[in-house]
Design a protein around this ligand. Structure first.
Ligand code: CP
Length: 314
């Protein structure tokens, strides 16, 4: 007889956190510690995914997510095929469905998908019938970024339980903010989302453990982690901000704002950064910054996600 477990049914995909229990998410972060130890060895390779083929299908640009997923899969001995939309037959009018069916015919076992349209990763899951990891879809979700953010905070404080995390910036266009607002309260943290009213959708206040404010000082007061978000100017067709300078004057994460936070607070940014716009360079490079630690942790966390979804399945 199998022992009772609080992990719940193992999800087939990581599209968002809807079907992920706190216990399973904690197990995933615990396993990232083991992966981190693998990355500290002289030979950074384990055979866990030997014989499997993982496709990184990126329909939108990326540096961190694509490189860290490809390294993560290779470190676990998977074959990796990299699909770059810009160099593909999509430019000749081939649909997403036909593209996925072609790739699946080459015996791809799992997909890692980034796409500018919200919901695209769900479509790839449906068209391929294979496990899919959402590497960022439109404004909707970027679950592995939130997991590596949670992992970085946990590494610092030992647990997320009872912590306050302030997320400041372009909340409206941020899949990172949405995924963190979904994940961090499941792990026991409170989330304060902050930005100008035009970039702060009121519906996010309905999420458990999440509050909204347009006042950055209120957001940061007593916070244990302060995350600055990139101003996504490519998704803003005018009207959201009076000027970038005005935004920086009120919302930039800088030394003065950080003094309102808890002593020992850490600073995060998912990247890429607009230095001296949403975050001052001295804070980005300062001793409270864990921005490069986030990047480093991305690899171990993504190894853990791949392991969790692919190892031990039929
Ligand atoms: N944080 C993040 O998703 O970065 P990339 O766009 O470089 O992958």
């Amino acid at each position: 007889m199998t022992a009772p477990t609080t992990l719940g049914t193992r999800p087939r995909h990581l599209l968002d956190f809807a079907h992920w229990t706190p216990e399973r998410l904690t197990a995933l972060l615990d396993n990232a510690d083991t992966m981190s130890q693998v990355l500290d060895r002289p030979v950074r390779k384990v055979p866990a995914l030997q014989g499997l083929t993982v496709c990184t299908a990126f329909f939108e640009n990326s540096t961190r997510t694509r490189v860290s997923f490809e390294l993560a899969a290779r470190r676990m001995s998977a074959d990796v095929v990299s699909f770059a939309a810009g160099a593909s037959s999509l430019s000749k009018g081939e649909s997403l469905r036909d593209t996925v069916e072609v790739l699946t015919a080459y015996k791809v076992d799992a997909y890692i998908v980034r796409h500018p349209a919200s919901g695209a990763a769900h479509l790839v899951a449906r068209y391929s019938g294979k496990p899919v990891i959402n590497a960022g879809d439109g404004r909707r979700a970027h679950p592995t970024q939130a997991l590596l953010d949670a992992y970085t905070i946990r590494q610092e404080f030992g647990s997320l339980e009872g912590l306050t995390v302030a997320i400041i910036g372009d909340i409206r266009h941020s899949r990172v903010a949405r995924s963190n607002a979904e994940l961090l309260p499941k792990l026991g943290a409170r989330v304060r989302l902050c930005g100008p009213a035009t970039l702060l959708p009121a519906d996010l206040a309905a999420l458990p453990g999440v509050t909204l404010t347009t006042d950055p000082r209120e957001a940061v007061r007593g916070a244990h982690a302060v995350m600055a978000l990139r101003l996504q100017q490519e998704r803003m067709a005018g009207g959201y901000l009076a000027s970038l300078q005005e935004y920086a004057d009120h919302y930039q994460v800088n030394g003065a704002l950080l003094r309102e936070a808890e002593a020992g607070a850490i600073v995060l940014h998912p990247g890429p950064m607009n230095r001296d716009l949403e975050i001052s360079s001295d804070v980005a490079d300062g001793e409270q910054s864990r921005i490069l630690r986030q990047v480093e942790n991305g690899q171990a966390v993504r190894m853990s996600v791949l392991y969790h979804l692919l190892v031990g399945r039929e």
